[in-house]
Design a protein around this ligand. Sequence first.
Ligand code: F6R
Length: 608
Amino acid sequence: MCGIVGYIGEKPAAPIVLEGLAKLEYRGYDSAGIAVYDGKEIITKKAAGRLAVLENLTHSGENMPGFSAIGHTRWATHGVPSDLNAHPHTNGDGTIVVVHNGIIENYMALKNKLLGKGYSFASETDTEVLAHLLDYYYKGNPLQAITKVLHRVEGSYALGIMFADHPEELYAARKESPLIVGHGEDGCFIASDVPAILKYTRKVYYLENQEIAMLKKDEVSFFTVDEEPTEKQAVTIDWDANAAEKAGYEFFMLKEIYEEPKTVTDTISPRIKNGEVVIEELNMTDDELKAISRIHIVACGSAYHTGVTAKYIIEGMLRIPVEVDVASEFRYRDPILSPSDLVIVVSQSGETADTLEAVRESKAKGLKVLAIVNVVGSSIARESDSVFYTWAGPEISVATTKAYSAQLAAFYLLAIRFGRARGVIDDARMKSLLEDLQALPDQIELLLGQKEKIQHFANRYIAAKDVFFIGRGIDYAIGLEGSLKLKEISYIHSEAYAAGELKHGTISLIEPGTLVVAVATQPDLFAKTVSNIEEVKSRGAFVMAVAERGRKEIEKAADYVLYIPHTNPYFANSLAIIPLQLFAYYVSVGKGYDVDHPRNLAKSVTVE
Ligand code: F6R
């Protein structure tokens, strides 16, 4: 959510900033803006809507000459999406310009004080307070004004700031919202994320909380919030710029679904050594793993669904009690935690505000936190005690697919590792688990080969109003994710139900022709789920089932069946989710939607 890009250097700044913002489109936004110093003053242009509107307004930046600029894509929090509320925001005479990600929690109190001092406001945003507060403190020294402001504001921020009377400098600061600084051949950059600047530099600094950066065209310096200079180490980004491009696919989502075999391989393979699962980054001895009495899994959205799956696996395989919480609930329900508990948080972005708070809450209570995270160096990764990186690469499409698969794989490895340490997985079982685990990437590849079949089926359902997903045990967890995928990108109402729960109310919603997706991969629960299929069939539902190859008997109950290859039932989610992701994708494509940018959604949810 919200993207910041800034540049100061030898080249025309506006095209670089707009291009960078385009690379951050995946974060989700509803308006965009840019400010450029043109040699005399700072010119600001902004507009509600897609980035294309701003590109038209500025002729792709060509009618905004100048060598320093800051740009922003806004995902509305305070104030509706509009031209006025779009960033950048300025002080009264436009000599101080600010872009901001995050939320200034005490902005009302600050705004009232500034109104009392004669300041007037053009927007409804919290960000505009920052521009006027900077103006209030500015006595010719930008760094001093910024530090004074940072001491006054509460909340979260990533900031890009320009001062018209210091045109050779560009400023950045952060607290809780991500921000990086890049140092390239022809200039220096700020950005919310690496893809925005990767074309120009791989030398990147990750700003820490309450750190300030001053950029000139050929140097960067860092300061604490008390104006003390600090030394920082640059990180060299080693992933390929192409990894953040569509590579010929119509949408990132399809590209990312096709990357799942590789993602699962990349997550699993390096951690299997000599027939054992080795997770060096776990930093826990066998004795520590044996001592765990309860596991709390905390996450949001799809990441939460991997946690629901993991509960069935960990409790079934290891007999360790597992509680799974949506992070926004966990942090406010005063969870009962004991010192022998382990908290596992899951997050693709590593920036999800509620999940990050869950990390802090758990650590404050003395618990060890293990994070399953995709984005290296993200806030959750940095604040957790140990980090299991999923190595899925950048995920651009707002709806997660490959990162979800990588998170599942991470849980399989952790369950096996814990099981070995606790003596519940003997050598024979270990061998069979690893064989099944290592077969997953090829099996996913096989399922991707069914794409046309699924596309054909999806086209029949683009006009559906309601869809129900049913399943038991892990199949219920699969349904939760299948349903979320469908509703978030196709805007078709869909719900996932534990198959046995349907007759306690929901079955009254089944009408002739209602699509019910029944997931029936779990051998022990198969017959029960088939009975539930029959229940909805007799009310007129059209049933598409996902079952293991060889389970031909399901064809008697369901109208249409997609088969997945045989695997260990604990790993079935990794296979069954593929046709469901493709189904959601093709329904959305069939409806002509912008699959990668579903309305109202953001890739990285950095507000609670
Ligand atoms: C759904 C989706 C979201 C995320 C959720 C958590 O397709 O992507 O539900 O899973 O917002 O995000 P992360 O994993 O970044 O913490």
